[in-house]
Design a protein around this ligand. Structure first.
Ligand code: SAM
Length: 439
């Protein structure tokens, strides 16, 4: 039986698709990249914001047409949308045969086989677990052969008023460190050069007295020749211990992704974030003191409930102080089931949300350029990830801060580390040239 999978949303979902592929392949299913040749089509979905959700439902409407020519074909919705809308909404959509939440992928082979046995049957499992369910599964890479994701914790306990993650992915559960270390070693043996540790809040990782900084150190020592990245960090969980470990180990990248969300303490409090703007600035100061050349990226949101022009100006003021290396920026969309949806008024007109979003997008562009230019003249270790899509005479790769660098192709192989002198910067990319032999 052939399956086809499409993935929407964050890195966590990409990793989950790798887990799903692993589970299905192990049970004898065959993966196809041709939608029309599939017996079962799976969409691994994201429900964080309204925009991606609309995109996914439009995609379903297109895929549905395939059922007109092939009645045997089955369609499944997996991931956050499945748990978010649960049975009541999705069950009513007649062309969806399979509804599976993020903690139930182990059941997929059995559920798909059940669908085959009985016509017009639906299979549904959207239960959420208290423990990590995939410790024994080695995901099958669908990304690059250089860099692999490893999920170290799932779910979230923070209950930010805007966010559906605690409802769609459940409460926090950290994974056994032994299984994480095992996965790191397997990836290293397979030839991967970089691992990216994933979690909604990696820095709240906690498993039998082992905190995130300890886990990070264990990984850095276990696979000393691999680069280690991690995201996302919750601001108030960043500790001195963690910064010292990041600074100490040369194979841990000097980059923190720390969502600020808003530059107004009033809005942060309405969002139920656990820090004020002043505290966030102190965290940035502490990072820069311990790791001076550290890159810092963030998530920002415009138009949250009651956001005034003054609150928005505060966000701009804080952005100007910090000058993030890059940011993911969104306009707020009210999500069913959250506290904000139930109790707060989504009262900022859409046009204003968009105008404010465009303002911060423009500002961030100038800050990213400013931060990239700081690298000019420096010599950096660049891990080659592939051939530049814009010009096949160039390689592209990343430095330890997560900046993308292109440089003229040499005899160096993809996956090797190269010393590159940074010569110039565009708004998004550094341009360099290789200066010494492979490292
Ligand atoms: N763990 C992260 C944190 O510290 O908040 C949240 C990760 S969430 C999956 C990614 C980002 O999506 C958030 O940081 C936030 O900026 C954005 N986001 C979440 N809910 C949103 C909503 N209802 N509307 C717009 N953006 C939202």
């Amino acid at each position: 039986m052939k399956f086809y999978i499409e993935t929407y949303g964050c890195q966590m979902n990409i990793y989950d698709s790798e887990i799903i592929c692993s589970i299905l392949l192990k049970s004898g299913f065959i993966k196809t990249s041709n939608l029309k040749k599939a017996d079962i089509i799976l969409l691994n979905t994201c429900a964080i914001r309204e925009k991606p959700e609309k995109k996914i439902f439009n995609r379903f409407l297109k895929i549905r047409c395939l059922k007109q020519t092939n009645k045997q074909i089955k369609i499944g919705i997996l991931g956050c949308l499945a748990t978010h809308y649960k049975k009541q909404t999705l069950e009513k959509i007649n062309f969806i045969d399979l509804i599976v939440g993020p903690d139930s992928y182990n059941q997929l082979p059995k559920m798909i086989n059940n669908l085959k046995k009985e016509q017009n049957k639906k299979e549904i499992d959207v239960s959420l677990a208290n423990q990590e369910k995939y410790t024994k599964i080695i995901p099958i890479g669908v990304r690059t052969s250089i860099s692999a994701f490893i999920s170290i914790m799932r779910g979230c306990d923070n209950m930010c008023t805007f966010c559906i993650v605690p409802f769609s992915r459940g409460r926090e559960k950290s994974r056994n460190p032994n299984s994480i270390l095992k996965e790191c070693k397997i990836l290293y043996k397979k030839g991967y050069k970089e691992i990216i540790l994933l979690g909604q809040n990696v820095d709240s990782y906690f498993f039998k007295q082992i905190k995130f900084f300890k886990l990070l150190e264990l990984i850095a020592i276990t696979v000393p020749l691999m680069r280690i990245r991690f995201l996302t960090s919750y601001p108030s969980n960043i500790s001195k211990n963690l910064l010292e470990i990041v600074n100490k180990h040369s194979n841990i990248c000097k980059h923190f992704h720390i969502p600020l969300q808003s530059g107004s303490t009033r809005i942060l409090s309405l969002m139920r974030r656990k820090y004020t703007v002043e505290e966030f600035l102190l965290i940035i100061k502490m990072i820069k003191q311990i790791i001076p050349d550290c890159s810092i990226s963030s998530d920002l949101m415009t138009g949250f409930c009651t956001e005034t022009q003054e609150d928005h100006r505060e966000t701009i003021r804080i952005m100007n102080i910090i000058k993030f290396n890059f940011s993911y920026m969104f306009k707020y969309s009210s999500r069913q089931g959250t506290y904000a949806y139930r109790k707060l008024k989504d009262d900022v007109p859409n046009i204003l949300k968009i105008r404010r979003l465009n303002e911060i997008l423009m500002l961030q562009k100038s800050h990213s350029f400013y931060r990239l230019k700081e690298n000019i003249g420096k010599i950096q270790n660049v891990l080659i990830e592939g051939i530049s899509k814009k010009d096949d005479k160039y390689y592209y790769g990343r430095n330890y801060k997560n900046d993308i660098i292109v440089f003229p192709k040499t005899k160096s192989k993809i996956g090797s580390y190269n010393r590159v002198q940074i010569l110039n910067a565009t708004f998004t990319t550094l341009i360099g040239e290789r200066i010494l032999s492979e490292i």
